[in-house]
Design a protein around this ligand. Structure first.
Ligand code: GDP
Ligand code: MG
Length: 170
């Protein structure tokens, strides 16, 4: 298919919308505006083929279970976001991962998934999850890991690029 759907999951306030807006529009805002599910479309060309990258920015834990399952069924790739300053936000990804595993079943090994520890710019004093803990969690799940900052634009392009590379290489 020429449609490539990426779904971004994570607790409220971890920076899902900020990562998507940074990637799609190159902007960042300090204020927190809770999201209603939003999809961004970008035409990209990779390996001579043109495809539409659709990025769905979900509402986090406020998402209705039925909607979450639908986003997972339709998704080709996933970004699971937590904030390095909230251990709780990493915990909240666990049920989402279980649901992805359950819905994708035997397809799972072919599905690109990234774990993103966002807000890595925040001061060490308020950090609750170390990079090695994030890495270890990703390893347990068999997915890739990156720390990111939508604020400073650290690893944002890389995060999305890595997903597209995984898709290409499979
Ligand atoms: P969402 O609920 O997951 O979509 O989170 P938002 O993208 O709306 O961001 C929630 C809050 O965190 C906002 O005040 C953002 O400005 C802030 N934020 C998002 N990303 C970062 C980041 O990388 N670093 C810092 N310091 N703050 C961020
Ligand atoms: Mg949001």
């Amino acid at each position: 298919s020429n449609d490539y759907r990426v779904v971004v999951f994570g607790a409220g306030g971890v920076g899902k919308s900020s990562l998507v807006l940074r990637f799609v529009k190159g902007t960042f805002r300090e204020s927190y505006i809770p999201t209603i599910e939003d999809t961004y479309r970008q035409v990209i060309s990779s390996n001579k083929t043109i495809c539409t990258l659709q990025i769905t920015d979900t509402t986090g834990s406020h998402q209705f279970p039925a909607m979450q399952r639908l986003s997972i069924s339709k998704g080709h790739a996933f970004i699971l976001v937590y904030s390095v300053s909230s251990r709780q936000s990493l915990e909240e990804l666990k049920p989402i991962w279980q649901t992805i595993k359950e819905i994708k079943g035997t397809e799972l090994p072919n599905i690109p998934v990234m774990l993103a520890g966002n807000k890595c710019d925040e001061s060490p004093e308020i950090r609750e999850v170390s990079a090695s803990e994030g890495q270890a969690q990703a390893q347990t799940w068999g997915i890739s890991f990156m720390e990111t900052s939508a604020k400073t634009n650290h690893n944002v392009t890389q995060l999305f690029q890595e997903l597209l590379n995984m898709e290409k290489n499979r």
